[in-house]
Write a protein that binds this ligand. Structure first.
Ligand code: FCB
Length: 479
């Protein structure tokens, strides 16, 4: 007879891993029972999931849509993994009704999605394409019919290519154009949509798009990135005013990506470097959005790159009604002499648990981020507008996915939100990134973030184990 050990080794490795993981997991109590976790949140909490237009819709030439900078970028050789594009993505533009059924089946109370600007104003003349708006109009109706509260993001990175050709975010005219676009959407949806986010992650689209060249439009020019960020701040302010004018009672804000930057050591040089990166990445966006203008220490760091910009113009911004925080990870920072980085810092990458994006799993960072934002900026209301993780997700023959790592990630981060709430931080909603596996920008389809698996060959959707876990949590959450 085989020994116990031999029997163990005869199991498929995946099964072994699964049980080892579960034992570890339970021993650490990383995943409290969904009911116990749900009970830590109040009635009316916005439990949801998030997506973005270019990442899921496909149908990039349907009903009058014209290209965005992401169509151009992804169709340029060498820009994205395997040359992958959002041409089809999750085919959501055609399958939206089935996807709303899926949301209802998961028990979502809220859904954050973005509007594709190139569907609404496809050309440089700003003409409104009503057919593009129709799509979102129907979507909003279907959500409300299922009791799902829409949270609308106006800009999740798909700038109309026609505007890019006029200078895009580098041209100050974009401010007025964005406000006009915001009014147009608000006039169509504002009778039903109360929650509005103007921009998604201005830090990412300015720095990754214009300084690092990793995202559309692919420039490598810090001066351009700072110009873009400046115009993005002003555009947020102008759009927020337009939304408040068009939609009485609207709650208006934006979604900022906040990374928890910590020093790699307690050496004074590393402490200072972590503070500089926090300055160029987090405070450069938080301070102006809360009407404080740009932080002086960071203005000094950027130096000549800011020449000629009317920095005081951002002082006219007023604090958001709701702040969206997209949180994924922590980064450890050390001082470095790299002159190409205004913060003169480098990221250190110790071997710790990471997702397939290479991002450290660090739920504590979410609590610390929330406490910090509450202490330093005191927003009236916060929603976690994105939080989630990419894992390899090997699917069974029937499409089923056992993804305990994602469940643990979500459970531990939701617990961190509950801890922050217990400490008095006004967090009123939580959105998993993402509802569906989708087009992860320059990473193409290689990174899977969904609660629901998408088989890109057949477009079949299958709820993952983490999705079932989230459904249980939501079923137990007070109504
Ligand atoms: C955020 C983006 C979102 C998605 C996640 C993984 O930076 O807002 O579209 O790509 O990261």
């Amino acid at each position: 007879m085989a020994s116990f050990q031999e029997m163990l080794w005869a199991w498929p490795a995946s099964t072994l891993e699964k049980y080892a993981w579960r034992a570890f997991h339970w021993s650490r109590d990383l995943s409290p029972l969904p009911d116990a976790l749900a009970a830590r949140f109040p009635r009316g909490f916005a439990w949801g999931a998030a997506t973005a237009s270019y990442q899921i819709e496909g149908s990039t030439a349907a009903d009058g849509r014209r290209p965005s900078i992401w169509d151009t970028f992804s169709h340029t050789l060498g820009r994205t993994r395997n040359g992958e594009t959002g041409d089809t993505a999750c085919d959501h533009y055609r399958r939206w009704s089935e996807d709303v059924d899926l949301m209802a089946d998961l028990g979502l109370r809220a859904y954050r999605f973005s509007i594709a600007w190139p569907r609404v104003q496809p050309d440089a003349d700003g003409r409104v394409n009503e057919r593009g708006l129709d799509f979102y109009d129907h979507l909003v109706d279907a959500l409300l019919a299922r009791g799902i509260e829409p949270f609308v993001t106006l800009y999740h990175w798909d700038l109309p290519q026609a505007l890019e050709e006029l200078g895009g975010w580098r041209d100050p005219e974009i401010v007025g154009r964005f406000a006009e676009y915001a009014s147009t959407v608000a006039r169509r949806l504002g009778d039903r949509v109360r929650h509005w986010l103007t921009l998604n992650e201005p830090q990412v689209f300015s720095v990754l798009g214009y300084a690092f060249g990793h995202h559309a439009p692919g420039l490598r020019d810090w001066r351009a990135a700072l110009l873009v960020a400046h115009h993005a701040h002003l555009a947020h302010g102008a759009a927020a005013q337009a939304l408040r004018r068009e939609v009485p009672g609207a709650r208006v804000g934006l979604a900022l990506n906040l990374v928890r930057y910590e020093p790699a050591s307690q050496q004074p040089a590393d402490l200072a470097a972590a503070d500089r990166v926090d300055g160029t990445s987090n405070r450069w966006f938080l301070d102006p959005v809360f009407g404080r203008g740009y932080p002086a220490d960071v203005t000094d760091l950027f130096g000549d790159l800011l020449d000629g910009l009317d920095l005081d113009a951002v002082r006219s911004l007023s604090a958001p009604d709701l702040l969206g925080i997209n949180y994924y990870t922590r980064e450890l920072v050390r001082a470095a002499d790299d002159a190409s980085d205004p913060a003169r810092a480098a990221i250190v990458r110790p071997a710790v648990p990471r997702t397939t994006m290479g991002w450290e799993v660090y739920p504590e960072g979410l609590r610390l981020t929330l406490e910090r934002v509450h202490r330093q900026y005191a927003p009236a209301s916060i929603v976690i507008s994105e939080n989630g993780a990419a894992y390899p997700d090997l699917a069974g023959a029937d499409g089923s996915v056992s993804d305990p790592e994602r469940t643990a990630y979500l459970a531990s981060h939701i617990a961190a939100v509950a801890d922050a709430r217990d400490g008095g931080v006004p967090v009123d909603g939580y959105f998993v990134w993402s509802l569906l596996d989708n087009y992860e920008w320059a990473e193409g389809y290689g990174q899977r973030f969904g609660l629901v698996r998408v088989d890109y060959e057949t477009q079949r959707r299958t709820v993952k184990e983490s999705g079932s876990w989230y459904r249980e949590l939501l079923a137990a959450a007070p109504r």
